[in-house]
Design a protein around this ligand. Structure first.
Ligand SMILES: *[C@@H]1O[C@H](CO)[C@@H](O)[C@H](O)[C@H]1NC(C)=O
Ligand SMILES: *[C@@H]1O[C@H](CO)[C@@H](O)[C@H](O)[C@H]1NC(C)=O
Ligand SMILES: *[C@@H]1O[C@H](CO)[C@@H](O)[C@H](O)[C@H]1NC(C)=O
Length: 307
C-alpha cells in the first residue's frame, strides 16, 4: 500500500516536471522601467532559455495592468492583430516601448508571451518622472534688512513624483530643519514644491542662501537647481552704515578740535610775541590750559567712536 502511494507521488512529481517543461523552455525577464512624462519609455525584456537556445516565434504578446483582467495592449503578429493602447509597441521582441508616457501609466504590469516553444509571463513596474523647474527664491519682505525678520521661499514646479527642498547658507550650513515644505499636486498630477525658511533675525553674513531641489530618491536634480539670494544692507536702518556715519562725525570732531586748538595756540603766541614778556614760568601753565580742551574733545570723540 505504502509503495503504491510512493509510486503515485513519484508519478505526480514527474508529471509536474514534464508539464512544466512542455509549458515553456524559457523564462521571460523584464527590467523595471523608468519613463519621463511626454517621452518614450523603453521596457527592456529578454528571453532566457533553460536549455540550448532555439529559434522562438512569438505569436501573442499581452500586457495587462496588475489588478485588471483585460489587457491594455495585445499583439498577435502572425495574424496582424493589434488591440488596446496604441502608445504601446513591441520595440525589439520581446522588449516593449511606450510613447508619450503619462503619470497614469505608472504602476505594475503583467506581461505574457506565447511562442512556438511555450509561454511565460512576468511582472514589471513602470515608474514615471518629470523634472522640476529651476527653483526660484523669493523673500518677504522683498528687501531684506540685516538683523530684521524675513521669510525666504524656494519654489519649484512641474515635477513628479513629490520631491523635497534643502537649504544651505554661504558657509554651507544646512538650514533644512528650520524650513517647512509644502507640496501640492495639480490636476495634471505634477507637483509644486514650496519651502519656507523663517528668520526672526537674519544676518547678512549668512547670505547668499542656496536651495536645492531633490527628487523622490533624494538625488539632486540635474542642472541649475540652486538659487541664490543676497541680503542688502539698508542704508537707513542698518547698524553697520550708521556706525560709519558715527565714525566720520568723530573724525570731524577730532580734526576740528585740533584745528581750533592750533588756532588758539597761534593766537596766544602772536599775543605773547607782541607783549614780548619773558615770563618763562607761565608757559607750561598756559600750554596746559590751552591743550586741555583739545584732549577732552578728542576723548569725547573717541567715546562716540567706540559707541
Ligand atoms: C514606482 O512605481 C510603483 C508603482 O506605482 C510605486 O509603488 C513606487 O513607489 C515607485 N517607485 C518610485 C521610486 O517612485
Ligand atoms: C512660492 O510659494 C509661496 C507659497 O505657496 C507663495 O506665497 C509665493 O508667492 C510663491 N513664490 C513664487 C515666486 O511663485
Ligand atoms: C540637510 O538636512 C536635511 C534635514 O535634516 C537632511 O535630510 C540632509 O541630508 C542634509 N543635507 C546635507 C548635505 O547635509
Amino acid at each position: 500500500m505504502a509503495s503504491a502511494n510512493l509510486l503515485f507521488f513519484v508519478l505526480m512529481l514527474s508529471s509536474v516536471r514534464v508539464g512544466r517543461s512542455s509549458e515553456s523552455l524559457f523564462k521571460l525577464k523584464c527590467q523595471p522601467a523608468v519613463g519621463v512624462i511626454g517621452q518614450t519609455t523603453h521596457i527592456s525584456c529578454s528571453i532566457e532559455f533553460y536549455t540550448k537556445p532555439k529559434p522562438v516565434v512569438i505569436n501573442t504578446v499581452a500586457l495587462t495592468r496588475s489588478g485588471e483582467k483585460k489587457s491594455c495592449f495585445t499583439i498577435q503578429p502572425l495574424e496582424n492583430i493589434r488591440i488596446g493602447d496604441s502608445r504601446f509597441d513591441v520595440e525589439k521582441e520581446p522588449s516593449l516601448q511606450l510613447h508619450n508616457t503619462a503619470i497614469s501609466d505608472e504602476g505594475e504590469y503583467r506581461y505574457l508571451i506565447r511562442t512556438n516553444l511555450g509561454q511565460d509571463q512576468v511582472r514589471f513596474t513602470i515608474n514615471v518622472t518629470a523634472k522640476y523647474s529651476n527653483p526660484i527664491i523669493t523673500s518677504v519682505p522683498k528687501e531684506i534688512v540685516n538683523d530684521g525678520a524675513a521669510d525666504l521661499y524656494c519654489n519649484a514646479s512641474g515635477g513628479y513624483p513629490a520631491g523635497t527642498i534643502h537649504w544651505f547658507d554661504q558657509s554651507n550650513t544646512n538650514w533644512t530643519k528650520s524650513a517647512t515644505l509644502q507640496s501640492t499636486q495639480g490636476n495634471d498630477g505634477l507637483f509644486t514644491l514650496s519651502s519656507k525658511l523663517s528668520f526672526q533675525k537674519i544676518d547678512s553674513l549668512w547670505a547668499p542662501f542656496r536651495c536645492v531641489v531633490l527628487n523622490s530618491k533624494y538625488e539632486e536634480e540635474e542642472g541649475g537647481t540652486t538659487s541664490t539670494l543676497e541680503i542688502k544692507d539698508n542704508p537707513e536702518n542698518s547698524p553697520s552704515t550708521s556706525s560709519t556715519v558715527n565714525n566720520s562725525i568723530a573724525g570731524v570732531v577730532v580734526i576740528g578740535s585740533l584745528i581750533v586748538g592750533l588756532l588758539i595756540v597761534l593766537l596766544f603766541k602772536r599775543r605773547r610775541n607782541k607783549r614780548a614778556v619773558p615770563m618763562e614760568h607761565t608757559y607750561p601753565e598756559e600750554e596746559k590750559d590751552l591743550n586741555e580742551p583739545v584732549y577732552k574733545k578728542a576723548a569725547e570723540a573717541e567715546e562716540i567712536f567706540t559707541v
